[in-house]
Design a binder for this molecule. Structure first.
Ligand code: FUC
Length: 779
């Protein structure tokens, strides 16, 4: 029997990838504090979904809370509610060529061998095809809580906010002597979105609950204390269901016409569960009708008290969120709301700038917990928040930077559990990806191109500048190897990471091409994401394959794979063009021929993959100098995610001040009042990328050495951070003063040798035998 994955919390999963993490996260000693440092708040209700409403989520379910007075608006989502895929009205082919094109790819290669470049349009005409049945994520709809007698103008006492430490959104206001309080959260342990309306005077709480949707494909019925929303997506027959149950103390509850009404209560709360019949299994992508699971989940939650639901939620969230604390001497002025804080920041240097920077750092961690928990799909371009039937880029999984960036923070910012949905998603791409590898390339292994959906779209479309990127599969596997490097779990490496990496490597072993210019192995055709012409051997293509082969070879050694496979890989790695070349103006070349423009400020800086997230370029090397020349030329502009990437790049170049400059550029010009990153429009990758960038300023370990404060900016002369993770399985706490580390505490998760680079040790570096759980203090 197939089991749907989706919005009903910890339902059973299909497939073989273990979810959750076996590895204990040791030394997670930091406690989040509940001060205003960790709170977003505003003086007026949200007037706009994208810019002002506040997100809560439990991984599978997301909701946006508006805090509107007369009718509270809760827009909600379930991550698997997608049109497209099998059964789609447009037909579906996974992006595989609808009719065979024998020799087409070889002909493009031959032309590139002879002419060195081809326009994207020319290649798309030969290798692309129109997209059919790709689909888009769908909003689940809107819950409205109509509150009779609510004030028509916003009282001065009005506040709405989001507490990041507890993951609870709230609204309070006083009206004719009565103080009203609302709370909303999305519980992972109970699999529901919860909302409560209360006041300090018994009998004054009343509301009518109703559901609406921008689509007309549902029925909403109310009976007893329950609203049931059921529907089928017209495009692909995917079934969806949500149930809402209302509880109340005092007063009465009546139902009618799809609505529930509470009158004269002391307080009232609702629980909402939602799911679909989606399953992540190729080729049908269908599981059970969601009715039974939704009923079970909502009934179990409704049987609990509100206090119990809240307590279980807060404990679950804090166990993850509370692991990391950042102190950069931030002070939040008591009466400055978050939108004001952002406005002040944008207006110029202010004493409370660090408050926003620290808040933004923790917000990335909050958003990842809220949008990526085991049991559903990974965080998409908008996390788990989408209010539209046709969101930008379908709110899909772009894999030429965006999905990867979503997870850059997961390991080092101590949230390794959030990567389980990513692993599972990548694993699920293998089956359709093998077919694409075989049919399109005649190769072993698996492949996926520029962007994908939950229905295994691993082929191509025909948008010339983004249809071709078979390197995406290799890049996706890098995170799996990172999970291993951070955790040290060979069990995870053997069962989860390595099989996916090995098959990605097999694809390239079969598909690399001998470059007639110099006899090296190159990717051809090769296209540096969304930039320039098609060539052979663009830097990013080569660097990604280099990274994949390096990781796979290491893993093959660790796991003892056959000598034949290791030799094959070794030889290919030896013959591979490494994708590192210094051009006429000292830049790191984006292409194999020297054609970079020194005034080109394209948002993608793909040829610096080797610097970050890769580890091919070491600081202080000639390559690092060239990377700096390229990065400087590209400038400090770009879309939200582009700026976030540049924080990481500058950190890896050990330039903390420039990294900090990029953080401030992102806050000033790519951040909305609700602190969502904007491309524009809203795209969550920049939030995650920025948090990753801040970690990179404070701690790096990509070369197997724990480097303390590698890129501390002058703007943060004093401070501390607790609970960051380093590769090799260690948690690291750092205190610093006047720009220098004053105390470093390493808590190893495993017994093994660790090397620490830090000003506190003689000679700047020490290697020692770390014992699991035994703290090592340097001061
Ligand atoms: C990549 C980027 C775009 C955008 C899209 C979702 O293609 O080049 O800027 O972020 O993903």
């Amino acid at each position: 029997m197939k089991t749907a994955i989706g919005g009903v919390g910890a339902v059973a999963l299909t497939g073989t990838v273990p979810v959750g993490t076996a590895e204990a996260v040791e030394g997670a000693t930091a406690q989040a504090d509940t001060s205003d440092d960790l709170r977003l708040w505003y003086r007026t209700p949200a007037a706009d979904w994208e810019r002002e409403a506040l997100p809560v989520g439990n991984g599978a379910l997301g909701a946006m809370i508006f805090g509107t007075l007369a009718s509270e608006h809760v827009q909600f989502d379930e991550k698997t509610l997608w049109t497209g895929g099998p059964g789609s009205a447009q037909g579906y082919d996974h992006g595989n060529w609808r009719s065979p094109r024998p020799g087409a790819l070889d002909a493009v290669r031959r032309d590139l061998d002879q002419q060195t470049s081809l326009t994207p349009e020319a290649v798309a005409a030969r290798l692309g095809q129109s997209r059919a049945g790709y689909g888009a994520h769908q909003t689940f709809g809107d819950l409205h809580l109509d509150v009779p007698g609510a004030p028509t103008t916003t009282p001065a006492s009005y506040r709405r906010g989001l507490d990041l430490a507890d993951a609870v959104a709230d609204v309070t206001y006083t009206d004719v002597g009565v103080t009203h309080a609302r709370e909303f959260f999305a519980s992972n342990p109970d699999g529901v979105i919860v909302g409560r309306l209360g006041s300090d005077r018994p009998g004054t709480v009343g509301l009518t609950l109703r559901y609406t949707s921008p689509r007309a494909d549902f029925t909403a019925t109310a009976a007893g204390d329950r609203i049931t929303v059921r529907g089928t997506l017209a495009d692909n027959g995917l079934r969806f269901e949500a149930q809402i149950r209302v509880r109340h103390q005092g007063g009465t509850l009546t139902s009618g016409n799809g609505t529930l009404t509470v009158t004269g209560a002391d307080h009232a709360w609702f629980v909402l569960a939602a799911a679909t019949s989606y399953a992540d299994t190729y080729p049908a992508y269908r599981g059970d009708d969601p009715h039974a699971a939704v009923t079970r989940t909502v009934d179990a939650a409704a049987a609990r008290t509100y206090a119990s639901l809240r307590e279980r939620h807060v404990a679950d969230h804090r166990a993850l969120f509370g692991r990391v604390a950042l102190d950069i001497r931030q002070t939040v002025p008591a009466d400055v709301s978050t939108d004001q804080l952002l406005a002040r920041y944008t207006g110029g240097p202010s004493t409370d700038d660090r408050a926003l920077e620290a808040l933004f750092f923790q917000y990335g961690r909050y958003l990842l917990i809220a949008s990526s928990r085991p049991g559903s799909l990974p965080a998409n371009l908008q996390g788990v928040w989408n209010n539209s039937p046709s969101p930008p880029w379908s709110a899909d999984y772009h894999v030429n930077i965006n999905l990867q960036m979503n997870y850059w923070l997961a390991e080092a910012a101590n949230l390794p559990e959030t990567t389980a949905p990513y692993d599972r998603f990548v694993e699920a791409l293998r089956a359709p990806g093998r077919r694409t590898a075989q049919e399109m390339f005649g190769a072993r292994g698996w492949v996926v191109h520029n962007e994908t959906n939950p229905y295994g779209f691993t082929g191509v479309h025909d948008w010339a500048t983004s249809f071709w990127f078979p390197e995406a599969a290799a890049w996706l596997t890098a995170q799996l190897y990172e999970h291993y490097r951070f955790s040290g779990s060979t069990d995870y490496l053997r069962t989860t990471a390595y099989p996916v990496m090995k098959e990605a490597a097999q694809f390239w072993l079969d598909h690399l091409h001998t470059d007639p210019r110099d006899g090296t192995l190159v990717v051809s055709p090769s296209y540096s994401p969304e930039h320039g012409d098609f060539t052979a051997g663009a830097a990013m293509s080569q660097q990604i394959v280099h990274d994949l082969f390096t990781n796979t070879l290491e893993a093959a050694g660790t796991l003892g794979d056959t000598a034949a496979f290791r030799t094959e890989l070794e030889q290919a790695l030896g013959a591979l063009d490494p994708g590192l070349r210094i051009g006429s103006w000292g830049q790191l070349q984006e292409w194999k021929t020297d054609r970079d423009g020194p005034t080109d400020d394209h948002r993608h800086v793909s040829h610096l993959y080797a610097l970050h997230p890769g580890r091919q370029i070491e600081p202080g090397s000639a390559w690092a100098d060239a990377a700096k020349v390229s990065l400087t030329a590209r400038g400090d502009g770009g879309t939200g995610w582009s700026k976030a990437w540049k924080i990481n790049f500058w950190s890896r170049l050990r330039d903390g001040n420039h990294a900090h400059k990029m953080l401030s550029e992102q806050l000033k010009s790519s951040t909305l009042p609700n602190l969502w990153d904007t491309h524009p429009p809203f795209q969550i990758d920049g939030n995650f990328g920025a948090t990753s960038g801040v970690v990179e300023m404070l701690l790096q370990s990509q070369f197997g050495v724990i480097e303390v404060l590698p890129a501390l900016p002058a703007a943060w002369p004093n401070g501390s951070v607790r609970g960051l993770r380093a590769r090799g399985g260690a948690t690291v706490d750092i205190d610093w003063a006047a720009g220098r580390a004053t105390r470093v505490v390493i808590t190893p998760a495993a017994t093994r040798r660790l090397t620490v680079r830090c000003v506190l040790v003689e000679g700047g570096e020490i290697t020692f035998k770390a014992r699991a759980g035994r703290r090592r203090v340097f001061d």
